[in-house]
Design a protein around this ligand. Structure first.
Ligand code: FES
Ligand code: FES
Length: 174
């Protein structure tokens, strides 16, 4: 730990953190109190990470950490030391939207879009674990995410549509 950042006359301790963000190693000197959500937005410029409640309630800040979703507003950047973070920015492949992103568009599953990246990341985790979820399983998987301005029905339909499209893709590859 070093003494880097200052606020007023008071020196605040900092720590070096190194993590992998969307496939790239990132090293920064940060205050231990810096949240992962703020780290990703301000240090990495990843504005798809949304900060809503900052209390772990709305799910807007959801990202993957070593293959499992976390609320990045409840995680300190230093806790991600040595780990792999994936944000919604990493889902598109060579400019082509991920089937989940396309399905949200096709099913009209977003209005303002503030919550969308969090929903997409939670749905991404679900489809990694369960390629053919029932409606109840989709609802359970998304129960930690809150949308204020569109119907959940369309969001659930978007996840089911993406699951079907991913199944076709994997059949075509086999
Ligand atoms: S901003 Fe993290 S759960 Fe709401
Ligand atoms: S689309 Fe506006 S909060 Fe969900």
């Amino acid at each position: 730990m070093s003494t880097g950042t200052t606020e007023g006359d008071e020196a605040r301790p900092t720590e070096t953190v190194t993590l992998t963000v969307n496939g790239e190693e990132v090293t920064r000197e940060v205050e231990p109190r810096l949240k992962l959500s703020d780290f990703l937005r301000t240090e990495c410029g990843l504005r798809g990470v949304r900060v809503g409640c900052e209390h772990g309630v709305c799910g807007a800040c959801t990202v993957m950490m070593d293959g499992a979703t976390v609320k990045s507003c409840l995680t300190y950047a230093v806790q991600a030391e040595g780990l792999e973070i994936e944000t919604v920015e990493n889902l598109a492949d060579d400019g082509e939207l991920h089937p989940l992103q396309s399905a949200f568009h096709e099913e009209h599953a977003l209005q303002c879009g503030f919550c969308t990246s969090g929903f997409v990341m939670s749905a991404f985790e679900l489809l990694e674990e369960n390629s053919d979820p029932s409606r109840d399983e989709v609802k359970t998987a998304l129960s930690d995410n809150i949308c204020r301005c569109t119907g959940y029905h369309n969001i659930y339909s978007a996840v089911e549509r993406a699951a079907a499209e991913l199944a076709v893709d994997s059949e075509e590859r086999s």
